[in-house]
Design a protein around this ligand. Structure first.
Ligand SMILES: *[C@@H]1O[C@H](CO)[C@@H](O)[C@H](O)[C@H]1NC(C)=O
Ligand SMILES: *[C@@H]1O[C@H](CO)[C@@H](O)[C@H](O)[C@H]1NC(C)=O
Ligand SMILES: *[C@@H]1O[C@H](CO)[C@@H](O)[C@H](O)[C@H]1NC(C)=O
Ligand SMILES: *[C@@H]1O[C@H](CO)[C@@H](O)[C@H](O)[C@H]1NC(C)=O
Ligand SMILES: *[C@@H]1O[C@H](CO)[C@@H](O)[C@H](O)[C@H]1NC(C)=O
Ligand SMILES: *[C@@H]1O[C@H](CO)[C@@H](O)[C@H](O)[C@H]1NC(C)=O
Ligand SMILES: [Fe+2]
Length: 441
């Protein structure tokens, strides 16, 4: 529409015949303009929306991207400082058909790189001989259990009002993080405008997600068409379409899962039980003494918290939180997650959904279990919860209720995100970045 306006203006002060000629010439030239206006690139074989994820085995990385016509799926890469694109890896693409009116089609390409040199920086591009991406780089994860990984983590980052994004871009490109955790709620919403919002969001996060593994879990904003945009666009470890999985890094075992199975029963009540059984098995394994000796930390991430002191009516504000205590209105009743996580000694639970930041004292059964009066977080007797869902989205931030319960340790309604450093087998450091405060590095 902008293009046709421009064209008409240009022609306005010519004589009428010339104007007609120019107009048709211009329209011929701009024959692809309607596609541009809709935000779809005219070169259908050009890779875009490049992002990384860790495949869960030492020395691996998955490169995922999109094209609008089918092409080969190739990553050319090599060590920084070595011969450019010395190595070649091939993968495959999957056709994704959005369920919106237009039934838009795209190809999601996945290539898994293996045998990467731990802790070494690699340079890569992806695509095919019909089009290559920009050149990006990443550092392969150090696979030592004494490695001290640094994370950025947040949830609820949208296409519109992504307040924390510029700071995250700079942090990431400066090499401050080894991994980013996005704890659900992307784009607002990926399926909107026939999934063009999803495309736009994936383009937007390329500036961070093409440089470090971008690890995810689903949130309520992904629910459209049974989470199809989420399941199709991300490439997390395991065979569950990125819904639940676990992986190891440094001295931590990290579990990602879907709280949404408790809320969208129309997509399958059985998913609650499937996930629960998987979680139980995974925790049992991670908690075996010989495994715990190597990776003492067990960290979970899921979108909707068990506890929060916001003033909305969300699940976490209720004593009978579905995520925490399960549901008794289903047949059979569905078990909640608090007992499970407590029983297997989960150390840290990361959440989002509330557009605020809240840190809790160690908590179980709505009661505080401080390690000691002086040092509540030293050998805490229950899991510690962090809620970090204020990265920025069109829904703005939320508000707190004035009188939180005893488990609430610190609250902020500023936009921002969290940083986590798993220092060693006995220390984890967490800090919250406010994006409403003056820039400071
Ligand atoms: C390429 O993609 C465009 C947009 O999806 C589609 O209209 C066109 O038919 C495709 N061409 C081929 C050869 O697949
Ligand atoms: C991985 O991290 C450990 C612990 O910091 C370090 O000793 C080791 O040198 C690192 N490995 C590489 C390849 O840099
Ligand atoms: C929704 O997707 C999940 C994961 O693929 C699948 O197991 C489930 O059967 C789907 N539900 C429906 C109603 O299609
Ligand atoms: C069933 O769950 C509801 C909240 O979802 C709660 O109010 C009620 O007490 C529960 N009933 C039983 C028997 O646990
Ligand atoms: C837990 O520790 C914090 C910090 O020392 C303290 O403010 C809080 O009252 C403690 N809670 C309980 C129940 O002991
Ligand atoms: C773990 O890190 C903490 C904090 O930096 C440090 O005080 C402690 O000595 C470290 N422990 C070991 C075994 O290195
Ligand atoms: Fe949410």
């Amino acid at each position: 529409m902008i293009w046709s306006c421009f064209c008409l203006l240009l022609c306005a002060h010519r004589d009428i015949q010339a104007a007609v000629r120019m107009l048709s010439a211009a329209c011929l030239l701009l024959g692809f303009a309607p596609f541009l206006v809709h935000g779809v690139p005219p070169i259908w074989t050009q890779p875009e929306q490049v992002h990384l994820s860790y495949a869960g085995v030492p020395g691996s990385m998955v490169v995922t991207w999109t094209t609008f016509n089918k092409t080969e799926s190739t990553v050319e890469y090599g060590l920084l400082g070595g011969r450019m694109f010395k190595l070649i890896a091939k993968g495959s693409s999957a056709l994704f058909v959005d369920s919106g009116k237009e039934k838009r089609k795209m190809f999601i390409h996945r290539v898994t790189l293996i045998g990467l040199k731990p802790a070494a920086t690699h340079v890569y591009h992806c695509g095919s001989d019909e089009g290559w991406s920009d050149v990006f780089s990443f550092t392969a994860l150090n696979d030592s259990s004494s490695f001290s990984p640094r994370f950025a983590l947040y949830g609820d980052l949208g296409n519109e009002n992504p307040q924390s994004l510029s700071r995250l871009q700079k942090d990431t490109q400066m090499g401050m993080y080894d991994v980013i955790l996005h704890i659900g709620d992307f784009a607002y919403d990926m399926h909107e405008d026939n999934a063009r919002i999803g495309d736009e969001f994936m383009r937007q996060i390329q500036s961070i997600a093409a440089y470090v593994p971008y690890m995810t879990c689903p949130g309520n904003h992904e629910s459209a068409y049974n989470f199809s945009n989420y399941r199709s666009r991300f490439s997390m470890p395991g065979q569950t379409e990125s819904l639940w999985y676990s992986w190891d890094l440094g001295s931590a075992h990290i579990i990602s899962f879907s709280t949404e199975v408790y809320f969208y029963l129309e997509f399958g009540l059985e998913l609650i039980f499937k996930q629960y059984e998987w979680l139980k098995k995974d925790l049992e394994e991670a908690n075996r003494p010989e495994n715990r000796a190597v990776r003492p930390w067990i960290i979970t991430m899921g979108h909707r918290p068990m506890y929060c002191s916001d003033d909305d009516q969300d699940d976490c504000t209720k004593f009978h939180s579905f995520v925490r205590l399960g549901r008794n209105d289903t047949k059979p009743p569905a078990p909640g997650l608090e007992d499970l996580f407590y029983r297997y000694g989960v150390d840290l639970e990361l959440w989002a959904h509330e557009h605020t930041y809240e840190r809790l004292w160690p908590v179980y059964g709505d009661k505080v279990y401080n390690g000691s009066a002086d040092q509540p977080y030293v050998n805490p007797k229950a899991p510690v919860h962090i809620i970090t869902g204020s990265a920025g989205c069109r829904e703005r931030t939320d508000r707190f209720q004035p009188n939180p319960k005893a488990w609430s340790a610190f609250r902020s309604t500023d936009y921002g995100y969290s940083r986590m450093h798993i220092i060693n087998a006995s220390h984890i450091y967490l800090e919250q970045v406010s994006d409403d405060q003056v820039s400071r590095y």
